[in-house]
Design a protein. Structure first.
Length: 346
Protein backbone atom coordinates (compact mmCIF):
# COMPACT_ATOMS: atom_id res chain seq x y z
CA UNK A 1 0.00 0.00 0.00
CA UNK A 2 1.49 3.37 -0.96
CA UNK A 3 2.53 5.89 1.71
CA UNK A 4 0.08 8.67 2.53
CA UNK A 5 0.72 11.73 0.35
CA UNK A 6 -1.98 13.97 1.83
CA UNK A 7 -2.20 16.34 3.51
CA UNK A 8 0.74 18.14 1.94
CA UNK A 9 3.45 19.24 4.36
CA UNK A 10 4.20 22.95 4.67
CA UNK A 11 6.55 25.12 6.69
CA UNK A 12 5.76 28.66 7.83
CA UNK A 13 7.99 31.56 6.77
CA UNK A 14 6.86 34.13 9.35
CA UNK A 15 8.88 32.63 12.25
CA UNK A 16 11.77 34.47 10.61
CA UNK A 17 9.98 37.74 11.48
CA UNK A 18 7.54 37.27 14.37
CA UNK A 19 9.16 38.23 17.66
CA UNK A 20 12.33 39.34 15.86
CA UNK A 21 13.80 42.78 15.19
CA UNK A 22 13.81 45.98 17.27
CA UNK A 23 14.78 44.96 20.81
CA UNK A 24 14.99 41.25 20.01
CA UNK A 25 17.14 39.11 17.69
CA UNK A 26 17.64 40.09 14.03
CA UNK A 27 15.05 39.08 11.46
CA UNK A 28 15.96 35.95 9.49
CA UNK A 29 15.96 36.51 5.73
CA UNK A 30 13.18 35.10 3.57
CA UNK A 31 15.68 33.26 1.37
CA UNK A 32 17.19 31.63 4.45
CA UNK A 33 13.78 30.34 5.51
CA UNK A 34 13.26 28.93 2.01
CA UNK A 35 16.70 27.33 1.97
CA UNK A 36 16.22 25.63 5.33
CA UNK A 37 12.77 24.43 4.32
CA UNK A 38 13.89 23.06 0.95
CA UNK A 39 16.96 21.35 2.43
CA UNK A 40 15.01 19.43 5.07
CA UNK A 41 14.60 15.72 4.31
CA UNK A 42 13.33 12.67 6.18
CA UNK A 43 13.65 9.27 4.53
CA UNK A 44 13.37 10.84 1.09
CA UNK A 45 10.38 13.04 2.02
CA UNK A 46 10.65 16.82 1.75
CA UNK A 47 8.41 19.77 2.47
CA UNK A 48 5.82 20.30 -0.26
CA UNK A 49 5.38 24.00 0.32
CA UNK A 50 5.23 27.04 2.54
CA UNK A 51 2.61 29.23 4.14
CA UNK A 52 3.39 32.93 3.76
CA UNK A 53 3.19 35.95 6.04
CA UNK A 54 2.47 38.93 3.78
CA UNK A 55 4.63 41.51 5.49
CA UNK A 56 7.97 43.23 5.34
CA UNK A 57 10.71 42.44 4.83
CA UNK A 58 9.90 38.97 3.45
CA UNK A 59 7.06 39.24 0.95
CA UNK A 60 6.28 42.95 0.72
CA UNK A 61 8.66 43.40 -2.21
CA UNK A 62 6.71 40.80 -4.19
CA UNK A 63 3.43 42.65 -3.55
CA UNK A 64 4.75 46.07 -4.52
CA UNK A 65 4.76 45.78 -8.32
CA UNK A 66 2.97 43.98 -11.14
CA UNK A 67 5.63 41.34 -11.80
CA UNK A 68 6.24 40.61 -8.11
CA UNK A 69 3.99 37.53 -7.92
CA UNK A 70 5.67 36.01 -10.99
CA UNK A 71 9.12 36.63 -9.50
CA UNK A 72 8.04 34.98 -6.27
CA UNK A 73 6.55 32.02 -8.14
CA UNK A 74 9.80 31.54 -10.08
CA UNK A 75 11.80 31.67 -6.86
CA UNK A 76 9.61 29.10 -5.15
CA UNK A 77 9.68 26.76 -8.14
CA UNK A 78 13.46 26.87 -7.84
CA UNK A 79 13.07 25.41 -4.38
CA UNK A 80 10.31 22.99 -5.49
CA UNK A 81 7.88 24.60 -3.04
CA UNK A 82 4.22 25.57 -3.46
CA UNK A 83 2.21 28.15 -1.52
CA UNK A 84 -0.67 27.43 0.82
CA UNK A 85 -2.24 29.80 3.34
CA UNK A 86 -1.50 33.52 3.54
CA UNK A 87 -1.29 35.68 6.67
CA UNK A 88 -2.88 39.06 5.97
CA UNK A 89 -1.01 42.01 7.50
CA UNK A 90 -4.09 43.15 9.41
CA UNK A 91 -2.25 44.71 12.38
CA UNK A 92 -2.04 48.02 10.57
CA UNK A 93 -5.73 48.18 11.47
CA UNK A 94 -8.04 46.40 13.88
CA UNK A 95 -11.26 44.42 13.76
CA UNK A 96 -12.70 46.71 16.44
CA UNK A 97 -12.27 50.39 17.17
CA UNK A 98 -12.41 53.30 14.77
CA UNK A 99 -13.92 53.10 11.32
CA UNK A 100 -10.50 53.95 9.90
CA UNK A 101 -8.86 51.04 11.73
CA UNK A 102 -11.54 48.60 10.57
CA UNK A 103 -11.33 49.84 6.99
CA UNK A 104 -7.56 49.32 7.04
CA UNK A 105 -8.11 45.78 8.33
CA UNK A 106 -10.40 45.08 5.37
CA UNK A 107 -7.95 46.65 2.92
CA UNK A 108 -5.21 44.31 4.12
CA UNK A 109 -7.53 41.33 3.65
CA UNK A 110 -8.32 42.55 0.14
CA UNK A 111 -4.63 42.86 -0.71
CA UNK A 112 -4.02 39.33 0.55
CA UNK A 113 -6.88 38.01 -1.58
CA UNK A 114 -5.58 39.78 -4.70
CA UNK A 115 -2.08 38.40 -4.11
CA UNK A 116 -3.44 34.92 -3.45
CA UNK A 117 -5.45 34.99 -6.66
CA UNK A 118 -2.35 35.96 -8.66
CA UNK A 119 -0.40 33.08 -7.14
CA UNK A 120 -3.20 30.68 -8.08
CA UNK A 121 -3.22 32.00 -11.64
CA UNK A 122 0.54 31.39 -11.78
CA UNK A 123 -0.02 27.76 -10.76
CA UNK A 124 2.02 27.97 -7.55
CA UNK A 125 -0.93 27.94 -5.11
CA UNK A 126 -3.78 25.43 -5.18
CA UNK A 127 -5.41 25.95 -1.79
CA UNK A 128 -5.05 27.52 1.60
CA UNK A 129 -6.84 30.30 3.47
CA UNK A 130 -6.40 33.94 4.43
CA UNK A 131 -5.43 34.03 8.10
CA UNK A 132 -6.64 36.83 10.38
CA UNK A 133 -7.10 37.66 14.05
CA UNK A 134 -8.95 40.51 15.75
CA UNK A 135 -5.79 42.65 16.12
CA UNK A 136 -7.28 43.68 19.47
CA UNK A 137 -6.24 42.76 23.00
CA UNK A 138 -8.43 40.88 25.49
CA UNK A 139 -8.07 43.89 27.79
CA UNK A 140 -9.48 46.32 25.23
CA UNK A 141 -12.21 43.85 24.31
CA UNK A 142 -13.24 43.40 27.96
CA UNK A 143 -14.36 47.04 28.21
CA UNK A 144 -17.52 46.01 26.33
CA UNK A 145 -17.52 42.27 25.59
CA UNK A 146 -20.88 42.09 23.84
CA UNK A 147 -20.45 45.29 21.85
CA UNK A 148 -16.87 44.53 20.85
CA UNK A 149 -17.63 40.94 19.83
CA UNK A 150 -20.46 42.30 17.69
CA UNK A 151 -18.09 44.81 16.05
CA UNK A 152 -15.35 42.24 15.48
CA UNK A 153 -17.88 39.83 13.96
CA UNK A 154 -19.10 42.61 11.69
CA UNK A 155 -15.53 43.30 10.51
CA UNK A 156 -14.92 39.58 9.95
CA UNK A 157 -18.18 39.45 7.99
CA UNK A 158 -16.95 42.26 5.74
CA UNK A 159 -13.66 40.38 5.32
CA UNK A 160 -15.54 37.23 4.30
CA UNK A 161 -17.56 39.13 1.72
CA UNK A 162 -14.38 40.57 0.21
CA UNK A 163 -12.73 37.13 0.25
CA UNK A 164 -15.73 35.51 -1.42
CA UNK A 165 -15.19 37.68 -4.48
CA UNK A 166 -11.79 35.99 -4.88
CA UNK A 167 -12.84 32.46 -3.96
CA UNK A 168 -11.01 32.68 -0.63
CA UNK A 169 -11.86 31.58 2.90
CA UNK A 170 -11.08 33.53 6.07
CA UNK A 171 -9.61 31.63 9.03
CA UNK A 172 -9.30 33.22 12.46
CA UNK A 173 -6.33 31.81 14.38
CA UNK A 174 -7.41 31.35 17.96
CA UNK A 175 -4.85 32.68 20.43
CA UNK A 176 -5.16 33.84 24.02
CA UNK A 177 -3.69 37.24 23.09
CA UNK A 178 -6.52 38.32 20.73
CA UNK A 179 -9.77 39.80 22.02
CA UNK A 180 -12.96 37.84 21.23
CA UNK A 181 -10.64 34.92 20.37
CA UNK A 182 -8.89 34.49 23.73
CA UNK A 183 -10.84 31.46 24.96
CA UNK A 184 -12.41 28.55 23.17
CA UNK A 185 -15.89 29.74 24.10
CA UNK A 186 -15.40 33.36 23.04
CA UNK A 187 -13.84 32.10 19.81
CA UNK A 188 -16.86 29.92 19.15
CA UNK A 189 -19.24 32.81 19.91
CA UNK A 190 -17.37 35.05 17.48
CA UNK A 191 -17.39 32.47 14.70
CA UNK A 192 -21.11 31.89 15.14
CA UNK A 193 -21.78 35.64 15.12
CA UNK A 194 -20.01 36.10 11.77
CA UNK A 195 -22.43 33.75 10.03
CA UNK A 196 -20.59 33.36 6.72
CA UNK A 197 -19.89 30.03 4.98
CA UNK A 198 -16.31 31.06 4.19
CA UNK A 199 -15.50 31.96 7.82
CA UNK A 200 -13.66 29.35 9.84
CA UNK A 201 -11.02 28.57 12.40
CA UNK A 202 -7.29 28.07 12.12
CA UNK A 203 -6.23 25.67 14.86
CA UNK A 204 -2.67 25.87 16.14
CA UNK A 205 -1.87 23.00 18.50
CA UNK A 206 0.21 25.24 20.76
CA UNK A 207 -2.14 28.22 20.95
CA UNK A 208 -5.29 26.16 21.44
CA UNK A 209 -3.53 24.16 24.17
CA UNK A 210 -3.59 27.30 26.33
CA UNK A 211 -7.38 27.41 25.91
CA UNK A 212 -7.48 24.33 28.14
CA UNK A 213 -5.84 26.30 30.96
CA UNK A 214 -8.10 29.35 30.64
CA UNK A 215 -5.06 31.62 30.71
CA UNK A 216 -6.90 34.84 29.79
CA UNK A 217 -10.39 33.54 30.61
CA UNK A 218 -10.34 31.49 33.83
CA UNK A 219 -14.10 31.04 33.64
CA UNK A 220 -13.63 29.05 30.42
CA UNK A 221 -10.87 26.79 31.70
CA UNK A 222 -11.41 23.19 30.55
CA UNK A 223 -8.91 21.30 32.71
CA UNK A 224 -9.54 21.02 36.47
CA UNK A 225 -7.89 23.74 38.57
CA UNK A 226 -5.92 21.04 40.40
CA UNK A 227 -4.90 19.35 37.12
CA UNK A 228 -1.53 17.59 37.20
CA UNK A 229 0.48 17.14 34.01
CA UNK A 230 0.89 13.42 34.57
CA UNK A 231 -2.90 12.96 34.34
CA UNK A 232 -3.05 12.08 30.66
CA UNK A 233 -6.66 10.87 30.88
CA UNK A 234 -7.84 14.31 32.03
CA UNK A 235 -5.78 15.97 29.30
CA UNK A 236 -7.35 13.72 26.67
CA UNK A 237 -10.83 14.57 27.93
CA UNK A 238 -10.00 18.28 27.81
CA UNK A 239 -8.73 18.03 24.25
CA UNK A 240 -11.85 16.08 23.25
CA UNK A 241 -14.13 18.75 24.73
CA UNK A 242 -12.35 21.65 23.04
CA UNK A 243 -11.88 20.03 19.64
CA UNK A 244 -15.48 18.78 19.54
CA UNK A 245 -16.56 22.42 19.70
CA UNK A 246 -13.99 23.95 17.34
CA UNK A 247 -13.18 21.15 14.88
CA UNK A 248 -16.35 21.63 12.78
CA UNK A 249 -15.18 25.22 12.15
CA UNK A 250 -11.56 24.31 11.44
CA UNK A 251 -10.22 24.38 7.91
CA UNK A 252 -6.58 25.25 8.49
CA UNK A 253 -4.21 23.49 10.86
CA UNK A 254 -0.84 24.24 12.45
CA UNK A 255 1.07 21.34 13.94
CA UNK A 256 3.03 22.59 16.95
CA UNK A 257 4.32 21.72 20.42
CA UNK A 258 3.71 23.52 23.72
CA UNK A 259 5.07 23.12 27.25
CA UNK A 260 2.03 24.54 29.02
CA UNK A 261 3.44 28.07 29.22
CA UNK A 262 3.07 31.40 27.45
CA UNK A 263 5.80 33.34 25.70
CA UNK A 264 6.34 36.60 23.83
CA UNK A 265 9.41 38.29 22.37
CA UNK A 266 9.95 41.57 20.57
CA UNK A 267 6.62 43.30 19.99
CA UNK A 268 4.57 40.08 20.20
CA UNK A 269 2.14 39.70 23.12
CA UNK A 270 2.38 36.61 25.28
CA UNK A 271 0.67 33.65 23.67
CA UNK A 272 1.02 29.86 23.69
CA UNK A 273 4.73 29.08 23.60
CA UNK A 274 5.89 27.28 20.49
CA UNK A 275 8.37 24.57 21.40
CA UNK A 276 10.70 22.48 19.28
CA UNK A 277 9.31 19.25 17.91
CA UNK A 278 11.77 17.34 20.09
CA UNK A 279 11.40 19.48 23.25
CA UNK A 280 11.51 17.11 26.26
CA UNK A 281 9.24 19.52 28.15
CA UNK A 282 6.54 19.40 25.48
CA UNK A 283 3.16 18.55 26.98
CA UNK A 284 1.54 17.48 23.72
CA UNK A 285 1.86 14.07 22.13
CA UNK A 286 2.10 15.70 18.70
CA UNK A 287 1.06 12.73 16.58
CA UNK A 288 -1.67 11.47 18.88
CA UNK A 289 -3.12 14.89 19.70
CA UNK A 290 -3.16 16.04 16.08
CA UNK A 291 -5.74 13.31 15.63
CA UNK A 292 -8.25 15.26 17.71
CA UNK A 293 -8.25 17.88 14.94
CA UNK A 294 -7.81 15.57 11.95
CA UNK A 295 -10.33 12.86 12.87
CA UNK A 296 -14.01 13.17 13.78
CA UNK A 297 -15.60 12.06 17.07
CA UNK A 298 -15.81 8.50 15.70
CA UNK A 299 -12.14 8.39 14.79
CA UNK A 300 -12.67 8.76 11.04
CA UNK A 301 -10.15 10.81 9.05
CA UNK A 302 -11.93 13.99 7.95
CA UNK A 303 -9.61 15.05 5.10
CA UNK A 304 -10.49 18.62 6.10
CA UNK A 305 -6.96 19.90 5.42
CA UNK A 306 -5.30 19.58 2.03
CA UNK A 307 -2.11 20.71 3.72
CA UNK A 308 -0.85 21.03 7.28
CA UNK A 309 1.77 23.55 8.38
CA UNK A 310 4.36 23.61 11.15
CA UNK A 311 4.32 26.88 13.07
CA UNK A 312 7.30 27.52 15.33
CA UNK A 313 7.51 31.20 16.23
CA UNK A 314 10.00 32.89 18.53
CA UNK A 315 12.70 30.21 18.49
CA UNK A 316 16.20 31.64 19.08
CA UNK A 317 18.08 32.39 15.87
CA UNK A 318 20.82 29.85 16.53
CA UNK A 319 18.12 27.19 16.67
CA UNK A 320 16.53 28.42 13.44
CA UNK A 321 19.85 28.43 11.59
CA UNK A 322 20.43 24.79 12.57
CA UNK A 323 19.27 22.51 9.74
CA UNK A 324 18.54 19.70 12.19
CA UNK A 325 15.74 21.83 13.65
CA UNK A 326 13.88 21.69 10.34
CA UNK A 327 14.62 18.00 9.79
CA UNK A 328 13.08 17.25 13.19
CA UNK A 329 10.06 19.41 12.38
CA UNK A 330 9.57 17.67 9.05
CA UNK A 331 9.79 14.29 10.78
CA UNK A 332 6.98 15.33 13.14
CA UNK A 333 4.81 16.33 10.17
CA UNK A 334 5.59 13.10 8.33
CA UNK A 335 4.54 11.10 11.38
CA UNK A 336 1.29 13.09 11.69
CA UNK A 337 0.52 12.37 8.03
CA UNK A 338 1.29 8.68 8.46
CA UNK A 339 -1.15 8.52 11.37
CA UNK A 340 -3.99 10.73 10.12
CA UNK A 341 -3.46 11.31 6.39
CA UNK A 342 -4.44 9.51 3.23
CA UNK A 343 -3.17 8.48 -0.18
CA UNK A 344 -4.52 10.09 -3.31
CA UNK A 345 -3.54 9.50 -6.92
CA UNK A 346 -1.93 12.54 -8.54
Amino acid sequence: MPENNYPKLHNATWPGIVGKGSDSEPIIAFDTMLEKTAAAEVDGVRFDGIDLGLFEPHVGIYMADADGPARLADKLRGYNLEVGSLVANIWAGSAMGTQEARDEFIEQVRQACVFGQKLRELGIREGGVIRVDSASSPEAWSADPAGNTKQIAETFRRACDVAADYGERIAAEGEICWGAMHSWKTMLETLEAVDRPNMGFQADMSHTFLYLLGYNAPEHRVLPVDFQWDDRAALDEGLKTMTAALRPWTFDFHVAQNDGTVHGTGSHDKTGRHCLATDPNGRLDIVHDAGYWMRDENGNITKAFRHICWDGCMFPNDVMYNQQTWNDILRALVNVRKAHGWYQES
